[in-house]
Design a protein. Structure first.
Length: 550
């Protein structure tokens, strides 16, 4: 029997779908280039100038494309509307008149309007102020950021990825360095044009992300009096924070000396500190690391987190680390699997640039545990970054049991820090300044050592000798706490032991379909548990609905 005869119609359809899938992925770069073409032709600006909507004829005129080529632009716009970068409408009465096709900005292309008046730090602050009342604010432009991503020397790297991977030195010599003969950071340092382009791109992204952070998660900054933005570049994120949260009295931007040397002068409330985060991070109530850890491999991330622990370790009411970075595979409630999977490309992008990594939650957890942090809380967003908060109490890496992984509770605030303690430049030795907050903050309630020592510290200062003993004890208690708490962290991700069997044996679906659903359920423990508990007919309904969504 011939091969063809063994396949029914369904298999043929599957083959054709696989064929289409491969073509679309192999030509995925065409999408990037269509986007670049629209930027080169300044289509978003033209649409903006025309009030958000323009005909093909208007776009042709503004782009100075000769009439003979009008169909090329129509075809580029067709691909981009399919990508939902633009929207399209066509008056049926003018169906034969291509020039009458009308295009509109979408939420995506609105971010690409260069003339947006919102590209300033003040807008992020304004957004924060508006956050409570949910007022509309202007949209920041990320045009420099997106333009940076579609540059030839960004894209060309990826041609050599396979070859580079075969090289044993790949762990220490990035793909970027292999191709451009100089690492990305060195290129940024040595070449002023490159540096300007890099920071313009970063700053544009940062304005947007910080606007979202201060609007959506203001509680993250509650009670903080001093903050260091580690690797804070030219201070764009820090400026948004001080403008939005006046209770932060001291805000320091720490970055490499040559970066802070070029930071714009005169942002009220900001100071700059040139240094190396692998060596020392200045002390503060809170440290922020935005788009920092994804630039480094796991060992380097652990080193940075250890420096962070030292920098907040002396904060008797519990210093805090705020990480704004990607958590792969995470999603906000209304995101689907497809949206979630699309972000995996970010990992290969950062790998190609700096040998960095975008991480799944378990990879983050490994870093935190290795650096001596215990619990953390992740707030997922519908965007690329998530916000990870970690708080240590008692000075040596022990946090709370209450705010374990993926909890929806906010971490406790540190608002009750004794006046003046938060403003000190160097870490306070453990227990030398009293804090009344340890037992009161919700995040401290599970912390045996922190609360009892906190009340002891209120009574008197410790002698050096006592401090030495207590610090040693703290280490021992922390080790014990780590040993006790470690299994809890692991358990929270356990999937139901019967999930695989239950899911894969449901009749009426192909193995591929069931596997797609199983993958989702394994990644989403709560959903997986719920699925196991459903009646069989409801499981079938759930599978159908899930498959229809992706
Ligand atoms: C991807 S950028 C992020 C900048 C900023 N946090 C933001 O989100 O806009 C990474 C930053 O880390 C800084 N950096 C790299 N190595 C560093 C080091 N050893 N110490 C301090 N900063 C460093 C870079 O100069 C750069 O500004």
């Amino acid at each position: 029997m011939g091969h063809q005869a063994q396949h029914g119609t369904d298999d043929t359809e599957e083959l054709l779908a696989a064929h289409r899938q491969l073509w679309c992925h192999a030509l995925g770069y065409v999408k990037s280039m269509a986007l670049k073409c629209a930027l080169d032709l300044r289509i978003p600006d033209t649409l903006d100038r025309c009030g958000g909507s323009a005909t093909l004829g208007e776009l042709l005129a503004a782009s100075e494309i000769p009439a003979s080529n009008h169909d090329y632009l129509r075809r580029v716009m067709r691909t981009l509307t399919a990508m939902r970068i633009f929207a399209v409408s066509h008056d049926p009465a003018k169906a034969d008149d291509a020039a009458a096709i009308s295009y509109q900005l979408t939420p995506a292309s609105r971010l690409l309007v260069s003339s947006s008046s919102s590209s300033s730090v003040d807008d992020a602050a304004g957004a924060a102020a508006a956050g409570a009342s949910k007022e509309n604010t202007t949209t920041p432009s990320i045009l420099p950021n997106i333009a940076h991503l579609v540059r030839p020397n960004t894209i060309s790297l990826l041609f050599s990825m396979g070859e580079w991977m075969k090289d044993e030195s790949a762990a220490s010599v990035s793909l970027y360095e292999t191709v451009h003969r100089q690492g990305m950071w060195a290129c940024v340092e040595d070449d002023a044009a490159n540096r300007a382009s890099f920071y313009e791109s970063m700053d544009a992204d940062t304005r947007l992300v910080m606007q979202a952070v201060v609007r959506r998660c203001p509680h993250v900054f509650d009670g903080i009096k001093s903050l260091v933005d580690v690797g804070g570049g030219r201070g764009t994120a820090a400026a948004a924070i001080v403008a939005a949260f006046p209770h932060i009295q001291r805000c320091t931007v720490m970055d490499l000396p040559h970066v802070v040397a070029e930071a714009p002068a005169g942002t009220a409330g900001l100071s700059f500190h040139g240094g190396d985060m692998f060596e020392h991070i200045p002390s503060a109530d809170a440290l922020m690391l935005k788009w920092i850890l994804h630039d480094w491999d796991e060992d380097k991330c652990i080193k940075i987190m250890e420096r962070c622990k030292e920098a907040i370790g002396g904060k008797e009411a519990g210093g805090k680390v705020i990480i704004i970075d990607t958590v792969l595979g995470s999603r906000a409630d209304d995101d689907d699997d497809k949206t979630c999977r699309e972000t995996y490309v970010l990992d290969l992008h950062i790998l190609s640039f700096v040998n960095g990594a975008e991480r799944e939650e378990h990879e983050w957890r490994r870093i935190f545990l290795a650096a001596g942090f215990r619990d953390y809380k992740i707030t997922h967003t519908r965007g690329i970054p998530s916000i990870i908060e970690m708080q240590i109490i008692f000075g040596a890496g022990q946090a709370t049991g209450k705010y374990a992984m993926a909890s929806n509770e906010p971490l406790g605030t540190i608002s009750d820090v004794t006046e003046g303690a938060g403003a000190s430049e160097e870490p306070c030795p453990v227990g030398t300044t009293a804090s009344g907050s340890a037992g009161a903050s919700p995040s401290h309630s599970g912390d045996v050592a922190g609360s009892s020592y906190g009340s002891y510290a209120k009574k008197r200062r410790l002698s050096d000798e006592e401090l030495g003993i207590m610090t040693g004890l703290t280490g021992a208690v922390n080790k014990l706490a780590e040993a006790v708490q470690a299994p809890v962290v692991v358990q929270t991700t356990d999937v139901h032991p019967d999930l695989y069997q239950i899911c894969m044996s449901i009749p009426g679906f192909t193995d591929e379909e069931l596997m797609t659903c199983l993958t989702y359920l394994l990644d989403n423990k709560r959903q997986g548990d719920g699925f196991v508990k459903m009646e069989p007919k409801h499981r079938v309904l759930w599978l159908r609905q899930h498959l229809a969504k992706i």
